[in-house]
Design a protein around this ligand. Structure first.
Ligand SMILES: O=C(O)CCC(=O)C(=O)O
Ligand SMILES: [Fe+2]
Length: 392
């Protein structure tokens, strides 16, 4: 995923914006109109720098062809999600109480195994911090074209970016969302490049979110029967990327998607969302809605943790439907990633988890291999996990 690409190239913080032109060029979908020049249409859209929000605000009644997904992506887009089920809700209020902690660890372990997703409440971050972060991302996306377009960049490796159809989310058709992305790291000089309109709030959430992530990693370590600090030793919390998505109203939500099904390459991801529904998680072969819980923080397991936990935890596919509500859907995602620049070395299932009864189900791999993989592919497949899986 391009997150990882950025990760390779940008040690410190940057914000960027990209679109899926490059991929669109590679994956020109067949079209019934022989005259339709997809690459040209994508280029024009990109050069307009208006983003999906701009298109939506212009009052269009039909979406441009570049956003129309092939039937295979759309076939189950309307599949009714189980209304009675939802991802586990875990209350962290007594997380430091020796009486309650084992039960919380048990819940986290179970959720990470069966769902790959859970939602935490009473996590010690004031709800106003979460609300302000979401609102500031919304304000960024609501800015007039003249201001927002200054941040619009699509070349990889560039610093500041606001995104339309970020190529993190590339697929063979554009998806109906814009993003603003920030790389966070200690002493990041590029923090100055964050747009003024959401800078303060992003930095605030970065501070609190990192602490939440540390606690979650402790609980996940304990769930694996490891020392509490084991996963934090791998310093995922030092390599953070924050992405502020905006899914504006889509006039034809049955023809496109907000984000195509994918798993995250991170160790874990923290996600905030406003009250507009759209995120779905695959569970038992069905798509289940992730209902907004005010003040909740959604956590999901990424591919990297699935591998190093030797499959104890699961990185699960999720997607976002195109937004049929008039109000924009906003989500703020914090990826806690493997650090590219922390030396060389091999990764793979943690040796502490292996025994003759529990042999490794994934082989070891180098950091380079991990990053090269995400550099070269989109987010639509889970190929790295499949690639390192030991076949027997
Ligand atoms: O917007 C969302 O709720 C999901 C975003 C997501 O899956 C991602 O950025 O990887
Ligand atoms: Fe994701």
């Amino acid at each position: 995923m391009t997150l990882i690409l950025q990760y390779i190239r940008t040690i410190y913080l940057s914000i960027y914006c990209v679109d899926n032109i490059l991929l669109s060029k590679k994956h020109n979908t067949n079209t019934t109109m022989a005259t339709y020049d997809r690459a040209k249409a994508v280029k024009e859209f990109d050069e307009s720098k208006m983003g999906v929000k701009g298109l939506s605000d212009s009052g269009i009644k039909t979406i441009p062809q570049i956003f129309i997904h092939p039937p295979q992506t759309l076939s189950n887009i309307k599949s009714s999600s189980k209304k009675t089920t939802s991802i586990p809700l875990i209350d962290l209020s007594n997380v430091n109480s020796p009486n309650h902690r084992p039960n919380i660890v048990k819940q986290i372990k179970e959720a990470s195994k069966t769902w790959g997703f859970f939602q935490i409440i009473n996590h010690n971050v004031h709800v106003s911090v979460l609300d302000n972060t979401i609102e500031s991302i919304e304000s960024f996306h609501n800015q007039p074209h003249e201001i927002k377009s200054k941040y619009y960049k699509r070349e990889e490796g560039q610093g500041v970016m606001y995104a339309s159809n970020n190529d993190l989310y590339r697929t063979n058709a554009a998806s109906w969302h814009d993003s603003l992305q920030a790389w966070m790291a200690p002493k990041a000089p590029e923090a100055e490049e964050l747009p003024g309109i959401c800078r303060k709030e992003i930095l605030e959430w970065d501070l609190h979110g990192s602490k939440v992530a540390e606690v979650v990693f402790e609980l996940l370590s304990e769930g694996l029967g490891l020392e509490s600090g084991k996963l934090n030793e791998l310093s995922f919390c030092e390599s953070r990327a924050i992405v502020g998505h905006c899914y504006p109203y889509c006039p034809q939500p049955d023809l496109t998607v907000g984000i195509t099904p994918h798993t995250d390459p991170s160790a874990i991801t923290l996600l905030l969302q406003n009250q507009v529904q759209g995120l779905q998680v695959e569970h038992d072969g069905e798509w289940v809605d992730v209902n907004p819980v005010h003040g909740g923080i959604i956590v999901n397991i990424g591919d990297f943790l699935q591998i190093i936990s030797n499959g104890e935890y699961t990185s699960v596919q999720h997607r976002v439907l195109a937004n049929s509500h008039k109000k924009s859907r906003i989500s703020v995602v914090m990826f806690l990633n493997l650090s590219k620049w922390k030396g060389e070395g091999y990764h793979g299932p943690l040796p502490e988890l292996l025994s003759p009864e529990k042999p490794p189900i994934y082989r070891d791999f180098t950091r380079q291999e991990f990053f090269d993989n995400f550099y070269s592919k989109g987010i639509d497949t889970k190929s790295f996990v499949d690639k390192v899986k030991i076949q027997n």
